[in-house]
Design a protein around this ligand. Structure first.
Ligand code: UD1
Ligand code: CA
Length: 462
């Protein structure tokens, strides 16, 4: 959008009602801190710069929400919303244009709504445009006081008369201001009110006294403007946001068997005809292909799955890449650095980490493959372990194409298993195996005839 848009996000407050040691804006909705949702929205509008005003837990907030194009302004003491915007002034020195003011604890506003607010502001050529909402229960919010020609001022609940409290149009706390004009209006504010704070809302009356235009736009869906003050509202906001995300996937051709019990982060991409069962969490920047089946209780974080992947119940996948036509689980654990080429089978109780596994290779049961390079068409038997750690360093196991590994084999890395070789069950492999060889390293079996009956007889005699 226009290069003359900046955003300021107020996020310095403590959030006492969260009853938390975590700063309020870092509490998560749909897998991201609420402030991160607000920053993403401002970024989508093309706001530059984006200034977050922080105070309580400033270091943690900065660390958690740092992003390109975002600067942080410190409000050391919380003297009110008007004072908070003033703290962002140095970051906006020389900025001339539309200043969008957002709140770090109002994470559900849609970009479409903010575009409508900006359009309204530009069309009205206003000094201030406020986003309002009509609520059945306006308790606690600032009320919009209208006169013969529009909004005259905003009065806080604590400063309002009974007649003013009856007004159901409220201030969402979201505005567009003309900058730098707003900063000269802020400089004239006083803190002569019930809370002894510098109220940003007073900019409206100040603009009106200066005979400048004030505009207002009522948000169509009031729940978008929901501010989060406690964990009841946090849970409600989470459910609303998930509902919105899930609806988008349903409309795009993804089946969610029970949307209310499906947890998908905002940036996840899912192909059509994929079926997702209840209790599934798709997190981070995961990409799921088309025609996949994800069974109950699966957690997938920052993974890429190609088409027709079947993830069976209870599996956990993190930072893994999975090729097409692969079956995983039930109860498999794919850890970071797992790369499956495709047509693989990773069965129950198999754990992989930093493992590149070639096309068509299988590990069907009870296996650990870590720091491993495995070729195509390899069969890894039940109970196989790559012993990758000697207590100090990690070492790599290489298994070339078409190797057959019997059950209960340990590969003590570093070790290389040549193409087409066969590893006998129960072997501990400590040296490289040449191609096409049979490697076997277990004690030869002894059968001692009659041993058990002799032993039984002896114990009866005692
Ligand atoms: C504010 C508005 C009220 C509006 C409501 C909408 C004022 C005076 N009142 O009230 O009209 O209906 O929001 O939710 O603006 N913050 C700072 N520094 C401060 C104070 C606040 O950064 O010194 C931040 C808070 O962290 C929060 C936002 O500003 O993100 C709003 O502050 P809050 O104290 O929650 O204002 P309300 O009393 O809810
Ligand atoms: Ca509030």
């Amino acid at each position: 959008m226009s290069a003359t848009l900046a955003a300021v996000i107020l996020a310095a407050g403590q959030g006492t009602r969260m009853k938390s040691t975590l700063p309020k804006v870092l509490h998560e909705v749909a897998g991201q801190p609420m402030l991160a949702h607000v920053i993403t929205g401002a970024g989508m509008l093309g706001a530059d710069p984006i200034v977050a005003v922080i105070g309580h837990g400033a270091d943690r907030v900065r660390a958690a929400c740092a992003a390109p194009g975002v600067t942080f302004a410190l409000q050391a003491e919380q003297l009110g919303t008007g004072h908070a915007l003033q703290c962002a002034a140095p970051d906006l020195a020389g900025f001339r244009g539309d200043l969008l003011l957002l709140c770090g604890d109002v994470p559900l506003l849609r970009v479409e709504t903010l575009i409508a607010l900006l359009d309204h502001h530009r069309a009205a050529q206003a000094t201030v445009t406020v986003l309002t909402a009509i609520l059945a229960n306006p308790h606690g919010y600032g009320r919009i006081i209208r006169g013969d020609d529009g909004v005259e001022r905003i009065v806080e609940e604590k400063d309002a008369t009974p007649a003013e409290r009856a007004v159901r149009e409220i201030n969402t706390g979201i505005y567009v201001f003309a900058a730098p004009r707003v900063f000269s209006l802020l400089a004239g504010l006083s803190n002569n009110n019930a809370q002894g704070e510098y109220y940003l809302t007073d900019v409206i009356a100040a603009a009106r006294s200066a005979r400048e235009r004030v505009a207002a736009l009522a948000v169509a869906h009031a729940e978008e403007a929901m501010g989060i003050n406690d964990r009841v509202q946090l849970a409600e906001a989470g459910a609303l946001l998930r509902g919105r995300i899930n609806e988008k996937h349903l409309r795009a051709g993804v089946t969610l068997v029970d949307p209310a019990a499906t947890y998908i982060d905002p940036e996840v991409i899912i192909g059509p005809d994929t079926v997702i069962h209840p209790g599934v969490h798709l997190r981070g920047r995961s990409v799921i292909g088309r025609d996949c089946l994800v069974e109950p209780g699966v957690i997938i974080s920052d993974c890429t799955l190609a088409d027709r992947v079947h993830v069976k119940a209870g599996s956990v996948l993190s930072e893994a890449t999975v090729g097409a036509d692969t079956d995983i689980g039930p109860m498999a654990h794919l850890r970071p650095g797992t790369v499956l080429a495709g047509e693989n089978k990773i069965g129950n109780f198999v754990e992989t980490k930093k493992a590149a596994i070639g096309r068509g290779s299988k590990a069907s049961h009870l296996t650990y493959l870590g720091d491993a390079e495995i070729g195509t068409g390899v069969n890894v038997g039940c109970g196989t372990i790559t012993c990758n750690y000697d207590g100090v360093n990690k070492h790599v196991t290489v298994i070339e194409d078409e190797v057959f590994v019997g059950s209960d084999v340990q590969f003590v890395a570093p070790v290389r298993i040549g193409k087409g070789s066969l590893i006998g069950a129960g072997s501990t492999i400590t040296r490289d195996v040449p191609p096409e060889a049979l490697a076997i390293s277990r004690a030869e079996q002894k059968n001692i005839e009659g041993w058990v009956s002799r032993k039984r007889k002896k114990s009866r005699e005692e």
